[in-house]
Write a protein that binds this ligand. Structure first.
Ligand SMILES: C[S@@+](CC[C@H](N)C(=O)[O-])C[C@H]1O[C@@H](n2cnc3c(N)ncnc32)[C@H](O)[C@@H]1O
Length: 266
């Protein structure tokens, strides 16, 4: 048995030595997971850490500090909007900045619209839309069969209705809108070890300027009245140029102040 404070203190030494960006947060999330409690419980309840939980926690801290695995792959879970998604190495870890795409679509899409989430990964965007706007008909495409299996399982577990399609780019049939967080990193870009060692390369890289996937979907979606793409902070002008024929083009910033999503509407 050990105390929560002692367990956290020894983890902090390892995580700081490994230059992990958010050592305290990561240690708390991993210890809460090892104990099967919430982070709030850790800080407010007088808990002891049993030998079995200590071993689970030490193993998790080792994976985080030495292998630099993302916390979400270690716990197998990630929060996105109102949902808790299961995630593993088959899918990109959903990012907080991607919630912006959902916000834009939730606010703007007309009642009953048929919307495609292109490159759905864990299903994050599609499932959040189905959750927050049950009037929408949500179709999600994904080029990776492995990723689509994760998305489908999330949908079943959460009881949310999304039409899952294994496809590159847009699904068949009439669409009113497209939302897409496609890969947008330029080939050859150096990334943090959490990303480069663990996340699927097919979810990250898209050609010499990182825009190959967005370019292809923007061209295929020219006749669709509303589209929104997530992109890199330095890609907003290039994405606006892809949407130049639209009546309304807007780039929105994420919570960190970076230009993160551009929409085009007719
Ligand atoms: C950056 S990840 C984003 C996943 C998810 N949308 C999210 O926000 O967490 C991009 C996903 O798109 C998939 N993908 C890449 N190119 C695609 C394409 N042309 N059509 C469909 N899916 C694609 C990848 O396999 C990957 O799962």
């Amino acid at each position: 048995m050990t105390s929560v404070r002692d367990a956290l203190d020894s983890a902090l030494i390892a995580l700081r030595a490994a230059d992990v960006e958010t050592p305290r947060l990561d240690a708390e999330v991993l210890l809460a997971d090892a104990l099967g409690v919430t982070r709030a419980d850790l800080l407010t309840r007088d808990l002891e850490v049993s030998g079995r939980a200590v071993r689970r926690f030490q193993n998790a801290v080792h994976r985080r500090a030495v292998a630099r695995e993302p916390v979400a792959y270690i716990t197998g879970r990630r929060g996105f909007r109102r949902l808790e998604l299961d995630v593993d190495r088959r899918v990109l870890v959903p990012r907080p900045e991607t919630e912006l795409l959902v916000e834009l679509a939730v606010a703007e899409l007309p009642q009953g619209a048929r919307v495609a989430d292109v490159g759905t990964g864990s299903g994050a965007v599609a499932l959040a839309l189905a959750d927050e706007r049950p009037d929408l008909h949500v179709v999600a495409t994904e080029v990776s069969e492995e990723a689509l299996a994760v998305a489908r399982a999330n949908g079943e577990r959460l009881g949310l209705s999304v039409e899952w399609v294994l496809a590159e780019g847009l699904p068949d049939g009439r669409l009113d809108a497209v939302v897409a967080n496609l890969p947008y990193v330029a080939e050859g870009t150096a990334l943090q070890p959490e990303i480069s060692r663990h996340e699927p390369p097919g979810a990250l890289f898209a050609g010499p300027d990182g825009l190959d996937a967005i370019r292809a979907v923007a061209a295929a979606a020219e006749a669709i009245p509303w589209v929104a793409f997530e992109h890199g902070a330095d890609q907003a002008a290039a994405v606006r140029a892809l949407l130049v024929r639209r009546a309304r083009i807007e780039t929105h910033r994420d919570l960190a102040g970076h230009e993160r999503a551009t929409l085009g509407a007719d």
